[in-house]
Design a protein around this ligand. Structure first.
Ligand SMILES: NC(=O)c1ccc[n+]([C@@H]2O[C@H](COP(=O)([O-])OP(=O)(O)OC[C@H]3O[C@@H](n4cnc5c(N)ncnc54)[C@H](OP(=O)(O)O)[C@@H]3O)[C@@H](O)[C@H]2O)c1
Length: 299
């Protein structure tokens, strides 16, 4: 059976390190890390994510600011708030929770965030730095950055000679994940909905990352024996066995099948999921170190 990669425990290690770095920063007399989270509208899933981000920020000892704006907030009002946060020296990270209401241009909003405060790593400057291998100064999107830490726990930092297949090409997960694997010397293939014979391609992967958003699409016989399988997917499906109207979370991989073949695998929940918020904290503390003129810590 595969080793189960415990994302919850790795995320706790990251948060502990962030707390220690925050305390060190205060001891040096520098401004403590400040994270501003902006949410527009009442999407219940977004409200849960934002509450959890603000809670973890406080737990880390950060100055935590939350702007909860009504759904009818105009684009102009939102851009003004971002401009003010860009200019606020007590804020080192700005996160705008997506999706935004349809009347607001999300791309324009993201590109308005100062690149040095873009802890989500979505600004073109940070995307470009990751694409050109400037990892020392880039902010890398939190989910792929967290997935990479999990891969390194199993495989080490240098992945030379390994074949990686990333299923999914989104700007938030698939593409940055592929760039991180490339920077670590993997031979990388990105698969998507137009890829031919995905099962055969997946079977070539020493590292298989699933970021599709389709419940249990990747079967056990798509997995190469001994492979490291990172399941980014979070899908809620009906679970009548738990009672009427009940549901449960599954990944993009059939866990029970893949765990019999893989060398190591992330569970859903408890794998990649907890890493996202932890890496947001890591990016924010890194931003505060840089603002204080100190060497940026690595994770
Ligand atoms: N914190 C976390 O753990 C976290 C964070 C972010 C996302 N997620 C989860 O990760 C999953 C992916 O998220 P995302 O934002 O990257 O999704 P997305 O933007 O919808 O992208 C999905 C990708 O999967 C590809 N795809 C769809 N059907 C496919 C098929 N049958 N065969 C091969 N590829 C297929 C799509 O290909 P095309 O480009 O050709 O359409 C697309 O590139 C979702 O389940 C999401 O909930 C988790």
């Amino acid at each position: 059976m595969a080793e189960v990669i415990d994302g919850k425990s790795v995320a706790e290690d990251v948060v502990s390190k962030v707390k220690a770095l925050t305390a060190e920063l205060s001891a040096k007399g520098a401004t403590r890390p400040g994270l501003a989270v902006v949410i527009v509208g009442e999407d219940p899933a977004s409200q849960v994510y934002v509450a959890s981000k603000s809670r973890t920020a406080k737990e880390c000892g950060f100055h935590s600011l939350q702007h909860t704006l009504p759904a009818e907030t105009s684009e102009e009002q939102l851009l003004k708030i971002i401009g003010d946060l860009n200019a606020d020296p007590s804020i080192h990270g700005i996160l705008v929770q997506l999706p935004l209401p349809g009347h607001i241009d999300a791309g324009k909003v993201i590109q308005t965030i100062a690149p040095e405060k873009d802890v989500d790593g979505f600004h073109f400057i940070n995307v470009g730095k990751l694409g050109t291998g400037e990892l020392e100064s880039a902010f890398v999107p939190c989910t792929p950055a967290g997935s990479m830490l999990l891969i390194q726990r199993v495989r080490g930092k240098d992945l030379s000679g390994l074949n990686a297949v990333v299923v999914g090409r989104s700007n938030i997960v698939g593409k940055p994940m592929a760039n991180l694997l490339l920077a670590a010397n993997c031979t990388v293939t990105i698969a998507h909905s137009r890829t031919k014979d995905l099962p055969a391609l997946a079977r070539t992967a020493d590292i298989l990352v699933a970021a599709v958003g389709r419940p249990e699409m990747i079967k056990g016989d798509w997995v190469k024996p001994g492979a490291t399988v990172i399941d980014v997917g979070i899908n809620r499906i009906p679970a009548p066995e738990k009672g009427e109207g009940k549901s449960r979370l599954v990944g993009d991989v059939v866990y029970a099948e893949a765990a019999g073949v893989a060398g190591a695998i992330t569970p859903v929940p408890g794998g990649v999921g907890p890493m996202t918020i932890a890496m947001l904290m890591a990016n924010t503390v890194a931003s505060a170190y840089r603002a204080a003129g100190l060497k940026r810590p690595s994770f």
